[in-house]
Design a protein. Structure first.
Length: 191
């Protein structure tokens, strides 16, 4: 019968457990650092806008068209938010076509972060449905920036849970291996 030093199976299982643990730790650490970095960047941009007197921040916005209300031309922007917890919603708002703002989005019209302040409300006169004077918010923009998606830490947590389960299975397999080895070794000594 081979000794534990001569056997390779337990060494492979142990190496696999360590490798998976290290890779998962690195993945979780890098994801968390990236998410914190993105959060700090968004927070700094919002604080800059707020210091300039602009207290709104809209994320994941896209230009949805153009609207003319009372002879004034506006760009129509739409913000759609898909949430597992709250469900989905969409918010439309208007920005004057002649508005000036800081453009850090390089002319992009999708996946925008828009910082600004509320200028007023407007209704869509072309809408045949019930009159709603607050249908659109009119936003005075301060800055447009490109929205960069942050890391979904719930997904990272889910991956880590699955890896922990896999690690537990491998540790159990290693424990069974040692138990079987110990039983076989005791039988060999008795014989």
């Amino acid at each position: 019968m081979k000794t534990l030093k001569e056997r390779k199976t337990w060494k492979i299982l142990l190496a696999l457990i360590i490798l998976i643990g290290v890779v998962t730790g690195i993945f979780a650490g890098v994801s968390s650092m990236y998410d914190r970095k993105r959060y700090r960047e968004e927070l700094e941009a919002y604080q800059e806008a707020k210091a300039a007197g602009y207290d709104l921040g809209y994320s994941i916005c896209s230009k949805a068209g153009e609207v003319t209300l009372d002879g004034v031309a506006y760009d129509l922007y739409s913000r759609r938010w898909d949430s597992f917890v709250d469900g989905s919603f969409q918010k439309d708002f208007l920005i004057r076509k002649d508005a000036s703002y800081i453009d850090e989005a390089e002319g992009s019209t999708t996946d925008l972060m828009i910082y600004g302040r509320l200028e007023g409300y407007a209704d869509d006169p072309d809408d045949e449905t019930e009159y709603d004077p607050g249908k659109y918010e009119i936003i005075e923009p301060y800055k447009f920036a490109k929205y960069v998606k942050r890391v979904d830490m719930w997904a990272v947590a889910g991956i880590i849970v699955l890896v922990v389960i896999a690690e537990c299975v491998l540790i159990a397999a290693l424990a069974v291996y040692f138990i079987v080895y110990a039983v076989k070794k005791s039988r060999v000594k008795k014989a």
